[in-house]
Design a protein around this ligand. Structure first.
Ligand code: SR1
Ligand code: MG
Length: 441
């Protein structure tokens, strides 16, 4: 049995070389000292070109091209990139991203960029440059279709969550994951604040469009909504089912029509499996609500929306099927539902029933987290381009209010949403919601 703690996070906790923020020239100098990277880029460092392509909220990201090829380099900064010095943040987050990538690679390696090098002093990850991929969010806004997306992300989440759970791993391995990733505190403070606390209270970080003030007041003022949020927050903090990516939104997935890669696992955390599921689905649902305001024709909107609905259904069906298949196959290795208890035919049937109940619970959690992800993207600090690209402020607020209206119903009337089909069936109704939170759709 392998109870090894991923080494990327624990290597050299006392830096041998001082950390410094790299600019393009400094980065090229660092890469020039790495024989493997030199060989990939070809030529001489003077021939290389580094482009700053940082797009997310937190880190520095460069694409480096040489005569023979390219690499991508990501450096954790000692602050939140989009807020600079006003929001300091532990750059060691990059250790957890590297450790997460290493931990899940045996199960999902083909859906992630290959890591060429990790520098634990500079907190720098050098990885495969995804030449023809784009960020999924940009593709969705442009109305593009990704036929592999739903099945690939379902496979990713099923593989990562089964193999890092008690269903497939001995408890010693799980304890090592917990010990390691529970130290990812800088980013967990961000998740706890931005997802689970700020949107339901007054916070300077919240960004509330004037037209959405009544909705924000509704979220702050309703004790039932805050209780539902508290239940989900407690689940996030205490339900240590599997190692989560922790930020699986449409900005953390890169796509081509034939390939899907999950990036940016820096929010890794051992938590409820439904969290990653809900995150992915929430961003598809928000793309659905934003779609009519992206300037496409009615027919194009209808086609895009039908495709998103199909992706949601396909994702959930594939995730559920693959989770059960993988868990049944891997159960002998885990301490949760071991062969010694469930090895005979009656036991195997019972194990299947227990797995079905486990997944029903994951689905309930996922729908709750989905709701909270919508709320945080509409009234919280880190908002998303799906809505922000809508130039007309009233139209943007309307799209956001409709999404919020669905989220509120998911939180307050969770009993109505027993399956993903119930969610899909409800989308049209909330498309009739408006800026007044008291006007029932
Ligand atoms: C400080 S902004 C942090 C947010 O950006 C990331 O993409 C995550 O979604 C996080 O909550
Ligand atoms: Mg990110």
């Amino acid at each position: 049995m392998n109870h090894r703690t991923p080494s990327f996070a624990t290597e050299r906790l006392a830096p041998a070389r001082p950390y410094r923020v790299l600019d393009a020239a400094g980065l090229i100098e660092v890469l020039a000292a790495l024989p493997d990277v030199r060989a990939r880029l070809g030529g001489k460092p003077e021939d290389w070109r580094a482009r700053d392509v940082a797009d997310g909220n937190l880190n520095a990201v460069y694409l480096i091209d040489g005569p023979d090829g390219g690499v991508c380099a990501k450096q954790g900064l000692p602050y939140v990139r989009v807020a600079k010095d006003s929001w300091p943040l532990d750059a060691n987050r990059t250790r957890f991203e590297a450790a997460y990538a290493q931990r899940v690679a045996p199960f999902v390696g083909r859906f992630a960029p290959t890591i060429h090098h990790f520098d634990p002093d500079l907190l720098l990850i050098v990885m495969e440059k995804l030449e023809s991929h784009i960020i999924l969010r940009k593709g969705l806004i442009a109305g593009r279709r990704y036929p592999r997306l739903a099945a690939d992300v379902a496979e990713y989440v099923a593989q990562a969550s089964v193999h890092t759970s008690d269903l497939a791993a001995p408890f010693e391995t799980r304890a090592a994951d917990l010990a390691l990733f529970s130290r990812n505190l800088g980013l967990q403070r961000i998740s706890v604040d931005l997802i689970f606390l700020d949107p339901y209270t007054f916070s300077e970080r919240n960004k509330i469009a004037p037209a959405l003030e009544p909705w924000a007041a509704n979220l702050r003022g309703d004790v039932e909504i805050k209780s539902a949020a508290a239940r989900l927050r407690l689940a996030y903090l205490t339900k240590a089912q599997s190692l989560l990516h922790g930020d699986l939104h449409s900005g953390s997935i890169m796509v081509t029509p034939d390939d899907t890669r999950v990036i940016d696992g820096e929010f890794a955390w051992v938590g409820p499996t439904g969290f990653d599921v809900g995150d992915f689905l929430a961003h598809l649902v928000m793309a659905w609500f934003a779609k009519p305001f992206h300037g496409a024709s009615e027919a194009e909107v209808a086609a895009s929306r039908a495709a998103i609905e199909q992706d949601i259904v396909d994702f959930w069906r594939t995730f559920r099927r693959r989770f059960i298949e993988l868990a049944e196959r891997a159960a002998p290795a885990g301490d949760g539902l071991p062969q010694s208890h469930f090895g005979d035919p009656a036991g195997a049937r019972r194990r299947s029933d227990m797995l079905a109940a486990y997944l029903d619970d994951v689905c309930r959690d996922a729908i709750g987290f989905l709701a909270m992800k919508i709320v945080r993207r509409v009234v919280g600090f880190a908002q998303i381009a799906d809505f922000l690209v809508i130039v007309d402020a009233n139209a943007r607020a309307l799209a956001q209010a409709r999404a919020l209206s669905l989220a509120r119903s998911l939180l307050l009337e969770s009993g109505r949403y027993r399956d993903i089909a119930d969610l899909i069936g409800a989308l049209g109704k909330f498309d009739r919601a408006d800026l007044d939170p008291d006007a029932a759709p």
